[in-house]
Write a protein that binds this ligand. Structure first.
Ligand code: SF4
Length: 259
């Protein structure tokens, strides 16, 4: 199975469907995936390392030093990133110095590219920790995952590797008081004889109730783009995404979809 690992701490810039020209900041180990989820569609492959064990994190000071140098290079090359994006080989908020990295990234952004935005792509599993939530609130693009409307679909699609329920995640997401963007990947398939489908009428209705509860500033809907660890997953069509996005708009929340 093909998988993508970011072998560097600072990668790109790449052209992102959702963020424009994005300079990636990989807060995870550089040679393997480290995540609290095991999503069936993850472009990094299956989660093989137990997220409750220590990983080889690059220290915050070293990450920020590399970022400073890369931003200086980009300036010399005349490349202006739209986004400095905390992401990489797994869940960025598990880095033990996440708050310090956020503060340092804000300083470096202001020094080199004050008009750029800082984004995070997170699965919301660690936001129960007050210091993680406070750090995330400082970001321009606080993008958090919500792929399911029911606990059963959450377990099938995201397969959490730590004890966390969809209800806990939703309750925690509400604490952002709207300063959050939700990202939802829509997909159909099958795992261990069970149907995966977060696009059915019932699932979308349940998901919409959660979206309404969280009341985010917007929702990003998207479909799979690359090979997935679980084979046979179906890419959702643009018209299906548009149909679901219209339902989000109908409850008064801004929605964008990316095919
Ligand atoms: S949360 Fe993100 S990195 Fe983790 S398994 Fe899911 S898609 Fe992959």
């Amino acid at each position: 199975m093909s998988r993508i690992h970011f072998h560097e701490t600072i990668f790109g810039p790449v052209h992102s469907r959702r963020l424009g020209i994005s300079l990636g900041i990989n807060l995870l180990p550089t040679h393997y995936k480290y995540c609290t989820f095991n999503c069936v569609y993850c472009e990094c492959g299956w989660t093989e390392v137990n997220p409750l064990e220590n990983a080889d994190f690059v220290p915050a000071a070293a990450i920020l030093d590399l970022l400073d140098k890369r931003l200086e290079e980009l300036k010399k090359e005349g490349i202006y990133p739209n986004s400095l994006t905390l992401a990489g080989n797994g869940e960025p908020t598990v880095h033990p110095e996440f708050s310090a990295i956020v503060d340092g990234t804000i300083e470096l952004k202001n020094k080199h590219f004050p008009k750029a935005r800082i984004s995070v792509l997170s699965n919301a599993s660690m936001i129960w920790q007050p210091h993680i939530m406070e750090a995330l609130k400082k970001l321009d693009n606080n993008i958090q995952k919500l792929d399911a409307g029911t606990e059963e679909m959450f377990q099938l699609i995201n397969q959490p590797k730590i004890p966390v329920s969809l209800r806990e995640i939703v309750d925690n997401l509400k604490h952002f008081n709207g300063k959050v963007t939700l990202q939802t990947l829509f997909v159909r398939g099958e795992i261990n004889g069970k149907i995966i489908d977060n696009t059915s009428e019932e699932e979308v209705a349940a998901w919409l109730l959660l979206v309404k509860e969280i009341n985010p500033k917007r929702v990003m809907l998207y479909s799979i783009e690359r090979k997935t660890p679980l084979l046979g997953l179906e890419k959702i069509t643009e018209s299906d995404l548009a149909h679901i996005a219209a339902k989000v708009e109908k409850i008064g929340i801004c929605a964008e979809f990316f095919d």
